[in-house]
Design a protein around this ligand. Structure first.
Ligand code: ZN
Length: 418
C-alpha cells in the first residue's frame, strides 16, 4: 500500500516541457517558489513516514536551523522538520522547508555535524537550485498554473493533478550537479562558521557518508555525490575558517540523541513489520507492529499499518481505533487520514469516510487511492457526479499496479452511462 508517492517521471517531465520555454526560461517569482515548496511539505512528510513524534526533538532542530537561517541572505519562511525515515538523508524543498531523517540524525555525533547538514541544505535553497531545475525542465507557465491551482482550495482538474504529481515526484527525487553540491558545501561551511560552529563538522559528516557508501552504496547518495575532490574542497575552506573555541556540541544535542536511541528499537521492529507485510505475512507483521508500539506508543506509522492489517482481516472496530490514534499523534500525516477514511468506508460509514478523505486530499492532492475510496463512498451515497469525478482522478493519477484500478475503471464506465 505505502510505496505510492515514489514516482519517477523525469522522462515524462522532459517530454512535456514546451520547447520555447526550455531555450530561455524565466525566473519563478520568490513568492511562487515559496508557495510551491510549501504545498509539497505534506508529500515530503508522507514519503518519509511522518514527523518524528516528539516536540523536544522537533523544536531543537527547528531552533538550530532558524539560528543558521537568520544569517542566510535569502529571507524566506524557513522551516525544519525531523521525519521518521530510517534512511540517512536530508533534503530541502524550494523556498524554505528543510528535512532531516531520524536515520541521519541517529548517525551524527555532535551538534557541529548537524549544523553542517542543515547548512548544506540551506545552501541549495539560497542558491535556488530547486527552483532553477524546475524552471529549466518544466517552464514557468506550467509551474505557475500548478502552484495557483494547488493553493486555491478548490479541486484541481485531473490534468493539473497529474502535473502536480509530476512536479512533486521530481522535487522529491531531485539530483543536483557536482557544481551545485560544491556551491551548497561552500555556502554551508561559511554559514556555520559565522554562526560560531566548528566547520570541521562537515568532515565528520563526509566521513560517515563514506562509511555508508562502502557498506552498501545507497541510491540516495547519488543526490549528494561524494568524490574525494568535494572533500578536499571543503577541507580547504574549513582550514581557512576554523577558529579556536568554536562550538562543537551541546547538552541539548546529546539529550535529543539519547531520545532517538531510546526509540531506535521500536523503529527497527516497525521496519521488520513492513518487510513481513510486503511478503504477505500479515499475522507476523501485526505482531512486529504491536511489539514496536509496546516500545514506543507514539510510533504513528506502526498504528497505521496495524489499522491496515486489521481492516484487511475484517476487524474494523479495532482498525479504526489505531487509525484514529495515528491521526491524533500526527494530524497532518496523509497515511493516518487516508487509512482512517478507508476503514470508515469498510465499515459503511460513508459520510465520515468522505470527511476524512477530504483531509487526506487537502494534504496530498496527488495520492490516487484517496480518490478511489472517495468515489466508493460517494457512489454508496448515490452522489454519482462526485463519484464520477473521484474515479476519474483516481484513474488519471494511478501508476498502473493499484489493486483497485480495474474496479475504478469499471465503476467509472458504468457511472458515465447513468
Ligand atoms: Zn546537496
Amino acid at each position: 500500500m505505502i510505496r505510492t508517492l515514489t514516482i519517477l517521471l523525469a522522462f515524462f517531465l522532459l517530454s512535456c516541457a514546451p520547447l520555447s520555454e526550455t531555450i530561455q526560461h524565466a525566473i519563478l517569482p520568490p513568492e511562487e517558489e515559496i508557495r510551491l515548496g510549501k504545498s509539497y511539505i505534506p508529500s515530503a512528510i508522507a514519503e518519509n513516514e511522518g514527523l518524528y513524534p516528539d516536540e523536544e526533538v522537533q523544536s531543537y532542530v527547528r531552533e538550530l536551523g532558524m539560528k543558521l537561517a537568520s544569517l542566510a541572505p535569502r529571507k524566506l519562511p524557513y522551516r525544519f522538520f525531523v521525519v521518521n525515515s530510517s534512511i540517512q538523508n536530508a533534503f530541502a524543498l524550494p523556498g524554505g522547508p528543510v528535512f532531516i531523517t531520524r536515520g541521519l540524525l541517529l548517525m551524527l555525533e555532535n551538534e557541529s555535524e548537524l549544523v553542517a547538514v542543515l547548512g548544506h541544505e540551506l545552501g541549495h535553497t539560497n542558491k535556488r537550485h530547486h527552483a532553477r531545475y524546475l524552471e529549466k525542465v518544466l517552464g514557468l507557465s506550467l509551474l505557475l498554473r500548478v502552484t495557483t491551482a494547488l493553493i486555491g482550495d478548490g479541486s484541481l482538474s485531473s490534468q493539473l493533478l497529474v502535473q502536480a504529481a509530476n512536479i512533486g515526484a521530481s522535487l522529491l527525487a531531485l539530483k543536483f550537479s557536482r557544481d551545485q553540491e560544491r556551491e551548497a558545501d561552500a555556502f554551508g561551511v561559511e554559514i556555520v562558521s559565522r554562526a560560531g560552529y566548528d566547520p570541521e563538522g562537515f568532515i565528520g559528516v563526509f566521513e560517515k557518508f563514506k562509511e555508508i557508501q562502502k557498506e552498501r552504496p545507497p541510491a540516495w547518495l547519488s543526490t549528494h555525490p561524494l568524490p574525494e575532490e568535494r572533500i578536499r574542497n571543503v577541507s580547504r575552506e574549513v582550514k581557512k575558517l576554523k577558529r579556536p573555541g568554536m562550538k562543537v556540541d551541546s547538552e541539548r544535542f546529546r539529550r535529543v540523541k539519547r531520545k532517538l536511541l531510546e526509540t531506535k528499537r521500536s523503529f527497527e521492529l516497525y521496519e521488520e513489520g513492513k518487510d513481513l507485510y510486503s511478503r504477505g505475512e500479515k499475522s507476523l507483521a501485526l505482531e512486529k507492529f504491536r511489539e514496536s508500539l509496546r516500545l514506543f506508543e507514539r510510533n504513528q506509522m506502526a498504528h497505521v499499518y496495524i489499522a491496515v492489517i486489521l481492516s484487511e482481516m475484517g476487524r474494523n472496530e479495532e482498525a479504526l481505533r489505531h487509525a484514529t490514534r495515528a491521526v491524533e499523534i500526527d494530524p497532518d500525516l496523509l497515511w493516518g487520514r487516508f487509512v482512517r477514511g478507508a476503514v470508515l468506508f469498510n465499515m459503511g460509514k460513508f459520510e465520515g469516510s468522505i470527511e476524512e478523505l477530504e483531509e487526506a486530499r487537502r494534504l496530498v492532492p496527488t495520492f490516487p487511492d484517496t480518490y478511489y475510496y472517495m468515489g466508493r463512498s460517494y457512489e454508496a451515497l448515490g452522489r454519482y457526479r462526485e463519484a464520477l469525478i473521484s474515479y476519474e482522478n483516481a484513474i488519471r493519477l494511478a501508476k498502473g499496479d493499484e489493486v483497485w484500478l480495474q474496479d475504478a475503471r469499471r465503476r467509472y464506465e458504468a457511472l458515465r452511462r447513468i
